[in-house]
Design a protein around this ligand. Structure first.
Ligand code: NDP
Ligand code: 2IT
Length: 446
């Protein structure tokens, strides 16, 4: 690492203690950017990267709410408004007990590069709460969402900051959040994405992240002259992203043999298809947060407390959460002949795992490139809201597909241009950075 990047990292660590995930995300990006900063000293003297690691604004607030027994609970709410150089802040809300300021800062930082790659005018943000939706009633979730929005509403807006879903935030939560925003502002606007279809939502948004991951992986496979047809695929997670990915892989002739949850993973050798894909939605909606239910229903093996990376597959799609795949997992996948790892989750592979994939020269794509289909379709939802005109399914799907192809292309072209052909990490980080950096240069010292 150059002295410049070392100094920058030391600074970020000293200034933001107890935020290891944020340090990790910055380290990965900064390493890739050494090449750009060497060629373009103007970014260094304008201190672009130093500015990008400092959020434009962080909002942190109390979220008090009452459970069905009348007990009072207090959670913490956040919104990180990371970078608005190329558009209003855009990014999801995560409700999970593991949420901290550092986790949301890493996600907001990644979002800036991802949104830039989509080619749509969206800045980067992220938010959420340490609220645990597991086992909560609909009424409890509604009261929580209303309390959360009662503070958040003053910081967001259709041209300011447009939140969406992430872990623990799906259609139900977006509904409650939207209802409360509308009530407080007396405005029906496109302030959130992932809305219901009959009140401003877009077709394909629920499937978009998972579909996008598979469209991206399809492009990666094409570079080796192959397709999903007949490939065995490991997916982790069983949430929104995993569900879309399983559905699209199956449609393209691949066979998904694993899904996972916090309790372990299931190995379904016959492939997850048809009714089994629909059952994934049921499992998630149950809020039991157990993937073992699938193993019991379909009578397939369940491995408690394990992740699916020991299964011999051609393609792996990590779609659960950050740091779910370490160096040992990566070595095992590579040794078992896995030819393509395409990330659906945000930063699912730790730094050692990423190094293993890059050194082994298998096809490997970072989440900020391959999972951008979700936010890209959110961008398309914003466009439809502005036009007050919903597009048909084919139009949204076609645009999503086109966007994923163009992200793939720009990653490869950029990697090649900077002397690292086939390296999607370098390609994604540099291409995502350049657009934002140039906008910041144009806009003066902001
Ligand atoms: P969901 O809440 O729908 O599902 C998350 C899934 O991951 C659940 O199955 C969840 O279980 C599981 N999970 C969480 N922690 C672990 C763990 N330690 N081990 C195994 N499984 C775990 O969320 P999404 O599908 O929306 O999000 C999944 C990932 O995709 C996240 O990294 C998210 O940031 C990313 N992403 C989401 C997008 C979207 O549009 N929704 C867009 C781009 C990326 P649990 O109940 O424990 O959370
Ligand atoms: O990580 C992500 O890109 C998301 N959770 C989707 C964000 C969005 O605004 O649709």
């Amino acid at each position: 690492m150059s002295e410049y990047v070392n100094t920058l990292l030391a600074h970020v660590k000293a200034k933001n203690p107890s935020e290891p995930e944020f340090h990790q995300a910055v380290e990965e990006v900064a390493q890739s950017l050494e090449l750009v900063l060497e060629r373009h000293p103007e970014y260094r003297s304008a201190r672009i990267l130093e500015r990008m690691v400092e959020p434009e604004r962080v909002v942190m607030f109390r979220v008090p709410w009452m459970d069905d027994q009348g007990e009072i609970h207090i959670n913490r709410g956040y919104r990180i408004q990371m970078n608005s150089a190329i558009g209003p802040y855009k990014g999801g809300l995560r409700f999970h007990p593991s949420v901290t300021l550092g986790i949301l800062k890493f996600l907001a930082f990644e979002q800036v590069f991802k949104n830039s790659l989509t080619s749509l005018p969206m800045g980067g943000g992220k938010g959420g709460s340490d609220f645990d939706p597991k086992g909560k009633s609909d009424n409890e979730v509604m009261r929580f969402c209303q309390s959360f929005m009662t503070e958040l509403f003053r910081h967001i807006g259709p041209d300011t900051d447009v939140p969406a879903g992430d872990i623990g935030v799906g259609a139900r939560e977006i509904g409650y959040l939207f209802g409360q925003y509308k009530r407080l502002t007396r405005e029906f606007s496109g302030v959130l994405t992932g809305k219901g279809l009959n009140w401003g939502g877009s077709l394909v948004r629920p499937e978009a992240t998972g579909y996008g991951v598979v469209y991206f992986a399809e492009e990666m496979l094409k570079t080796k002259g192959t397709t999903f047809q007949g490939k065995t695929v490991a997916v982790s997670g069983f949430g929104n992203v995993a569900w879309g990915a399983v559905d699209k892989v199956t449609e393209l002739g691949g066979k998904v043999v694993t899904i996972s949850g916090p309790d372990g993973f299931v190995h379904d050798k016959d492939g997850i298809q048809g009714e089994k894909i629909r059952y994934m939605l049921e499992m998630r909606a149950s809020t039991r947060d157990r993937v073992q239910d699938y193993a019991e229903k379909f009578n397939v093996p369940f491995y408690a407390g394990k992740r699916p990376w020991s299964v011999k597959v051609d393609v792996a799609l990590p779609c659960a959460t950050q740091n779910e795949l370490n160096g040992d997992n990566a070595r095992e996948l590579v040794q078992n002949g896995c030819m393509c790892v395409c990330e659906g989750a945000n930063m699912p592979t730790n730094l050692e795992g990423v190094k293993v994939f890059l050194d082994s020269h298998i096809l490997y794509s970072p989440g900020k490139a391959s999972n951008a289909g979700g936010v890209a379709t959110s961008g398309l939802e914003m466009t439809q809201n502005s036009m007050r005109l919903p597009w048909p399914r084919e139009e949204v799907d076609q645009r999503l597909h086109q966007i994923m192809k163009s992200i793939h292309k720009v990653c490869l072209e950029t990697a090649e241009k900077y002397g690292h052909p086939g390296n999607y990490v370098i390609g994604a980080n540099i291409a995502g950075f350049l657009k934002v950096a140039d906008a910041m240069m144009d806009q003066g010292l902001v």
